[in-house]
Every structure is written in structure tokens, then in C-alpha cells.
Design a protein around this ligand. Structure first.
Ligand SMILES: [Fe+2]
Ligand SMILES: [Fe+2]
Length: 387
């Protein structure tokens, strides 16, 4: 079929600048069918260009701080006003955890929906409520809520002022293998909507198929018994050797079962700093209160300082050295850090092994960075306010 090969060559010559292009032709013989796939360049070159473009796109999208002023809030048909800090829909693509702010007006009730990823809510202003499957949670500033995978949920505000919360979700992670989907339920009551997808719950025997069914069912059962709410009033902050006082908001250690999402709050004392360190996974840091700056660098001495203030999101890239400073001499800075630990960060740890997975300076350098821990003046913990 020389004519068809000539056509293939002509198509290929136009495709020189498009490395991913595939030209697929079918050749029919008398009684045979052959699939022939030709690429404009070799597998090696396609793969090399694709990897280079991926890294180039990644670097051009990377930000160390997303400032509150750069987050555009827009009304959505769900009844929320939403702005994206990190995520494809805000033109800041990420591959692990996205971050967005949501506001709900007094008297408003959103539509109910569910999705194939999970999310955590960090309430930062006003008072509202969230219905999660058949439970209803009333929340205020500083509260944290888990929205499990495929749970129906909606939000409402019966207060007199606008309520605001942050969300951090595993949607980018689920989107990579093509498992990200949303189901909308409008204003239906949750009892009218379909329940969880059914799954094989048990199978007798010790063959590999029966073992797989039991293992997966046990994991799903456990996830559905996880905790869904932490109230600000029950938090207890403890001082850490890094010079901060910290508490888990939502984590496996305090009864949650997430896709790995974990959030903890830490406070930096007036005019003080957290000691420098680095870890294999990335971290998002949402500034709940205060202002300061962060050093982020490839080595402990080569990097840049980035200023931040209330409502900003600091992005610490994987394996970057970082140190956070509170630039206010009178009040503490409150920061909420977000990881996706059990899944991606631990996978990253396993892949990076035997690199040092959490690197901190020797004790004498660390104590210089934090100063004398006994001299930090910790005021009584205050509930956050917005704005
Ligand atoms: Fe949702
Ligand atoms: Fe860190």
C-alpha cells in the first residue's frame, strides 16, 4: 500500500512539532486485519519531550505564597461564593491537594452533592452548619470537618453574618487516574438520594480473591466509622521543640479516616520563629491569624524570603528547606498546615528511602533558631476571627 505510506509520511511531516501525535492506520487484506501505529518520532523522543514539558509546566505554575488578594471569589450555582487558591479551576494546577475559600450568605442553603474524593473544611469566620450524610454539624471559626469520599453534604448559614470556610481536597490526586466525579442532588433531602455504592462484603476461604474482598471491605467499613468534626473549644495546644505550640485539628491520630488528608494548627510566639527543617512531601500552610515571612530554599542558606499575612496560603515544595517567622512582636501567628500523609507523603517517603526523610538542624543550631523556649510568652488561645 505505497499510497497509504506516502499519506502517512506527509501527515508525519506536519506533525513534527507535535510530539504526542499518533497516526493510526488500518490495513485490510483479503482475510487479515492488521493494526499499525506510527509515531512522528521515536518512543524515546516522545517520552523525553513529554517529561520535559511536564517539568516546565510544573515550574511555571509553582507559587511559594498565594496571597488572599489574588484569590478571586465568584458565585457558584451551588449557593456558595468560591475562590481557588490552588487547583485547575483557578488556573493554578496541582497534583496532590487543592485549596479553596468558600463563603455562604446569611439564610442561604447550598445544594447537596457528593464526590469520589474527600475534603476537609477549616472554618475561619462566622457560624454555619454542614449536613454530612445523616449527621448535622454546627460550626464556628477554628472548627474542622471531614467530608468523607462519596458522602452527601450541603452547607447552610442561619446566622446574621457571612460565614467563610477553607476546603482542602484530594480531587487532584483522584483526577490523575481518572476517578474524579461529582454527583449533584439539588435541594433534595439526603434520605431521598442513593446511598453508597454496594460492594462485596465478605467471601469464605483463604484464596487470594476472598482475601482481597475481605481486605477491601474492612478498609471501607473502617473509613465509614471515622470522626467528622473537631470543635475549636476542645483543642489543646502543646509546645513543641521547634518553638511553636501545636494541635491536631483533623488527623488519623485523633480518630479521622481520610485519604491521607491531615491538618494541624501551630502558633508562632510574638517575634519568634519555628526552627528550620525539610521533608520529602510538600505542605500547604494557611495563615489563620497574623503576619510574617518564610524562608524557602534548596539549601539552608540559599533561598528566598516570602512575606505572608492573614488569609494567605504558603506552599512548601517537597524537600525544600523552610523556616517560618512571626514578624509581629505582640501577637502570635496562627498557621494551619495541610499534608496528604497516609497516601502521597508516605509513598514519597518510601520512594525517597534511604534519604533522610525529615531533616532538622543539630540541637545547638535549632535552639539558636527558636531562642530559649522558656521565654516565649504564650497568650491565652484566642478563637480566630474573620475578616
Ligand atoms: Fe463537596
Ligand atoms: Fe515543614
Amino acid at each position: 500500500m505505497p499510497g497509504r505510506y506516502a499519506l502517512l509520511a506527509r501527515l508525519a511531516s506536519h506533525a513534527d512539532n507535535v510530539p504526542q501525535v499518533l497516526i493510526h492506520l488500518r490495513f485490510f487484506g483479503n482475510d487479515t486485519l492488521t493494526n499499525v501505529t506510527r509515531t512522528a518520532m521515536s518512543h524515546y523522543e516522545v517520552q523525553k519531550k513529554r517529561r520535559a514539558k511536564f517539568i516546565e509546566d510544573w515550574r511555571s505554575n509553582y507559587r511559594s505564597v498565594i496571597h488572599l488578594r489574588d484569590v478571586e471569589m465568584r458565585k457558584t450555582p451551588r449557593g456558595l461564593t468560591t475562590g481557588v487558591y490552588l487547583g485547575k479551576d483557578g488556573d493554578r494546577p496541582v497534583r496532590t491537594v487543592d485549596a479553596a475559600a468558600h463563603e455562604i450568605e446569611p439564610g442561604a442553603v447550598t445544594t447537596v452533592h457528593r464526590h469520589s474524593w474527600d475534603a476537609v473544611m477549616l472554618c475561619v469566620g462566622g457560624n454555619g452548619w454542614t449536613e454530612v450524610d445523616h449527621a448535622r454539624v454546627n460550626w464556628g471559626p477554628g472548627d474542622a470537618i471531614h467530608l468523607p469520599v462519596w458522602s452527601w453534604h450541603r452547607h447552610g448559614n442561619e446566622g446574621e453574618s457571612r460565614a467563610r470556610f477553607m476546603s482542602f481536597s484530594s480531587e487532584p490526586f483522584m483526577d490523575i487516574p481518572g476517578f474524579a466525579m461529582i454527583e449533584e442532588g439539588g435541594h433534595s433531602s439526603i434520605s431521598q438520594l442513593a446511598g453508597y455504592p454496594s460492594y462485596a462484603a465478605s467471601s469464605p476461604g483463604n484464596d487470594v480473591y476472598a482475601r482481597r474482598i475481605r481486605r477491601l471491605a474492612a478498609g471501607l467499613d473502617e473509613n465509614r466509622r471515622g470522626r467528622i468534626h473537631t470543635s475549636w473549644d476542645e483543642l489543646e495546644f502543646l509546645q513543641s521543640p521547634r518553638g511553636t505550640r501545636t494541635t491536631f485539628l483533623l488527623d488519623r491520630a485523633v480518630g479521622y479516616r481520610t485519604s491521607g488528608l491531615t491538618i494541624a494548627m501551630f502558633e508562632i510566639g510574638p517575634g519568634r520563629a519555628q526552627s528550620m527543617h525539610r521533608h520529602s512531601g510538600e505542605a500547604w500552610l494557611y495563615v489563620v491569624e497574623g503576619h510574617g515571612h518564610s524562608f524557602i530554599g534548596d539549601t539552608p542558606s540559599e533561598g528566598e524570603n516570602y512575606e505572608w499575612a492573614k488569609g494567605d496560603l504558603i506552599v512548601v515544595d517537597h524537600y525544600s528547606w523552610h523556616q517560618h517567622f512571626n514578624d509581629d512582636k505582640k501577637t502570635t501567628a496562627k498557621v494551619v498546615r495541610v499534608h496528604i500523609l497516609d497516601t502521597l507523603l508516605n509513598t514519597m517517603n518510601a520512594l525517597c528511602y534511604p534519604l533522610n526523610l525529615l531533616e532538622e538542624p543539630p540541637d545547638d543550631i535549632r535552639s539558636k533558631q527558636t531562642g530559649d523556649l522558656g521565654t516565649i510568652e504564650w497568650p491565652q488561645v484566642q478563637r480566630p476571627v474573620w475578616p
